[in-house]
Design a protein around this ligand. Structure first.
Ligand code: ADP
Ligand code: MG
Length: 704
């Protein structure tokens, strides 16, 4: 539905409160009172079948009685009456419903919730909620909620899935000095969801930044699309990343893919800046609502104290924005604004003697200089200098530089009350200021991160592969027909191979004689493995024998593998023994996938082998994955240098590897109706130009 429909909900010219009450203990009273107190300038229509007047306003017996148009209706009546109210609102021509009432999906009453939404949609109405606090807007002077007051004014919008937290954050805007233009409680998201609000807020002129407190997203792809398209920064704090039922996973990938990893990947791909905690949510909202993105890596730090300078330098490295020395000409000029024992390198240390002039002059010079892509100004309170004067010097310099709004700046003052006041003044003048140097650096690094993500999003997406989906589906069907939801290695390799993945040649032997015939066909040395749908981790069952050099070894291995398998699981259904080409040694990596309940097919890549679950050196992307993104995956794991070639080792074939990752991602998208989890572990990667081999394959199907 187009976002215009949301105008009535988010920017109503008239508002009715259904369930308005004369009883101060009722939410229906609080909401009317809050709307009046907030200074709302549109028409307010309390609706209550028994009252004539509520809080000095004429009250109506029903929606139908209201003489004028009603844009939005706030519903506070008990859940059992909501459906009826929705019907009446539809007949009245109401555009949007703010359903504060709880007792729907959140307590298992999903059917009622769905019925209410369906009814609203019949009339073309949109629903915010149910089970929400309401919505608050400073520019509309509208507090249509039971939160006591409008937040400290700011430029960003904050959307929260938790009502209690929204009220708490509302109050905290004053103590944290981080204001918001809007606070929106999203509740059960029965209709309007995060994606809808991102889309609408992106077009809303009063909003400069969109901050989301997320517990769970329903439609991950819809959210990603909305965020990708947004022209304003989107910040997300995702709660609940610790448990994801990962323990029950059948594949390596399944056990490594927690909510944190998948959400993290999705946010990154959609250009969403991730807040690390509640404090960081406020800090980033401040910076991203007031300052533009940072378009290069050259960060300059100006300080009057070595200590805060070093702390900021450490933080810069931690947040992926390591400092570089300023060019010679910049250093020469800066030396004019500091004593001889100062440092012009970066951090620029003006020394404790620095007052208004040096702060002003150096800030103005650095911020105007093309080399600097962003600036952090630090100040340690001293007995000799006045924090407010320093703040004013900084602000004046920034104004005079003509670069405000073109590149970002953040500030940190460390000190007492005077420093606090000076920072408050800076924030009121739209310069983000923080009580610690690392916070100022974290904030500016988020502006850099935001720009980097947007840059990647703007890259053209190349599509790939000559895949043979039919062959893949045939192998899957074979397993399904057999009543299984896991594929054997042989079947899984057929699927992989259909998507162009270079798998080791593998045949199924049903007898010793068979095994010898097939081994000769492949050529020694060979690898032999148990083939049983009941044995997913073959080595654990003594079901893998590598480097078998001759016929005798082959006979021997055949017997041992079967004996081991029976000892491991007496009733295992055994298809036979796989006779397999022995791949030469290479760097072991893992490719894998999960079909995430929120984001769908999601790809994993990392260093493979038996320690993969211990080292957890893996990275995720919501599929599909372009070759360029695949290369980024390869370079962002901790073990990246191993693939790049360390200690005289030749670099590995990362080009071929990136193509394989990309094809794999295409496969899990194409087959997302079928594949639940999969992995290729190990994939052996060879020297540049020599490609790679998939030695093992595992596919778990969706239950049908
Ligand atoms: P599992 O079910 O235990 O994961 P794998 O098929 O991965 O069984 O085999 C275990 C190990 O044997 C692999 O990690 C790899 O080192 C080696 N291996 C398996 N297949 C091959 C092959 N075709 N060529 C070379 N080494 C192999
Ligand atoms: Mg394996």
């Amino acid at each position: 539905m187009e976002s215009k429909v949301l105008d009535g909900l988010m920017r109503p010219k008239s508002i009715a409160i259904i369930g308005a009450s004369t009883d101060p203990t009722k939410i229906g009273y609080t909401v009317v009172n809050n709307i009046i107190k907030g200074g709302y300038e549109g028409s307010i229509y309390p609706v209550n079948p028994k009252a004539d007047e509520i809080l000095g306003l004429k009250s109506y017996k029903s929606l139908q009685e209201i003489p004028g148009e009603v844009d939005a209706a706030v519903i506070t009546v008990p859940s059992k009456f909501v459906l009826e109210v929705v019907d009446e609102a539809g007949k009245k021509g109401v555009k949007g419903l703010i359903i504060i009432t709880s007792g729907f999906g959140e307590v298992g009453n999903k059917e009622l919730e769905a019925t209410v939404v369906a009814k609203a949609h019949e009339y073309g109405m949109r629903i915010l909620g149910p089970n929400i606090v309401g919505t608050l807007s400073n520019s509309e002077k509208l507090n249509a909620s039971f939160a006591p007051l409008l937040p400290l004014p700011g430029k960003g919008a904050l959307v929260s899935q938790s009502g209690a937290l929204l009220i708490a954050m509302d109050m905290a805007t004053f103590t944290r000095r981080v204001g918001f233009e809007k606070l929106i409680s999203i509740g059960n998201m029965s209709d309007v969801d995060f994606a809808d609000l991102v889309e609408w807020l992106d077009k809303d002129e009063t909003t400069s930044c969109i901050t989301l407190y997320i517990e769970g997203i329903k439609d991950g792809r819809k959210f990603m699309n909305a965020a990708k398209k947004a022209t304003k920064p989107v910040i997300a704090l995702k709660a609940g990343v610790s448990a994801h039922g990962a323990a029950a996973a059948a594949s390596h990938t399944g056990s490594l893919a927690g909510a944190a990893k998948v959400y993290g990947a999705a946010f990154q791909q959609a250009g969403v800046v991730q807040a690390t905690d509640l404090g960081n949510l406020f800090d980033l909202s401040l910076a991203l609502s007031l300052q533009p993105p940072m378009k290069g890596d050259n960060l300059v730090i100006i300080t009057n104290g070595g200590g805060v300078g070093v702390l900021a330098t450490d933080a810069a490295e931690r947040f992926d924005l390591p400092l570089k020395f300023a060019p010679k000409d910049v250093q020469e000029e800066l030396k004019k604004h500091m004593p001889v024992f100062g440092s012009a390198k970066n951090p620029v240390d003006l020394t404790g003697m620095a007052g208004y002039d040096w702060y002003h002059d150096s800030t103005k010079f650095v911020f105007s200089h093309d080399w600097a892509d962003g600036l952090v100004v630090l100040y340690c309170e001293t007995a000799m200098t006045e924090p407010m004067e320093i703040a004013q010097g900084i602000k004046k310099a920034l104004d005079e530089s003509g670069m405000l709004g073109k590149k970002p700046v953040t500030v940190s003052f460390v000190g007492g009350d005077k420093s606090e006041k000076a920072m408050q003044w800076l924030v009121e003048n739209e310069i983000p200021a923080y009580g610690a140097p690392d916070l100022a650096v974290h904030a500016i690094s988020a502006l850099r991160e935001y720009d980097r993500m947007k840059e990647i999003i703007s890259e053209p997406e190349e599509t790939i592969t000559t895949a043979n989906k039919e062959i893949a589906l045939k192998a899957i069907k074979a397993a399904r027909d057999d009543g299984r939801d896991s594929l054997t290695e042989i079947e899984a390799k057929q699927v992989f191979s259909a998507y162009g993945l270079p798998v080791t040649t593998t045949y199924l032997a049903k007898s010793e004689e068979d095994a010898i015939k097939l081994a000769k066909e492949i050529g020694f040395p060979i690898v032999m493995k148990i083939v049983s749908p009941d044995i997913l981790h073959k080595s654990d069952a003594g079901g893998v024998k590598v480097n078998i050099k001759d016929e005798a070894g082959c006979r021997d291995a055949y017997k041992t593998i079967l004996t081991n398998a029976k000892a491991y699981k007496a009733d295992a259904n055994i298809h036979g023994v796989a006779i397999q080409e022995m791949a030469p040694w290479g760097t072991e990596v893992i490719l894998g996938s999960v079909n995430d309940s929120t984001f769908g097919p999601t790809m994993m890549f990392g260093l493979g082998g038996i320690f993969v679950e211990v080292l957890k050196d893996v990275t995720f992307r919501v599929a599909p994955v372009s070759k360029k993104s695949a290369l980024r995956m390869i370079s962002e794991i901790r073990g990246a240098p191993i693939l790049a070639g360390v200690r005289g080792e030749a670099p590995r074939d990362r080009v071929k590897l990136s193509e394989t990752i990309s094809s794999y991602a295409q496969m899990i998208v194409d087959l997302s109706e079928e594949i639940s989890e999969s992995d290729a572990n190990p994939v052996l990667v060879y020297e540049e130009g020599k490609g790679l081999k998939v030695a093992d394959a595992r596919i778990i199907l969706k239950k049908k």
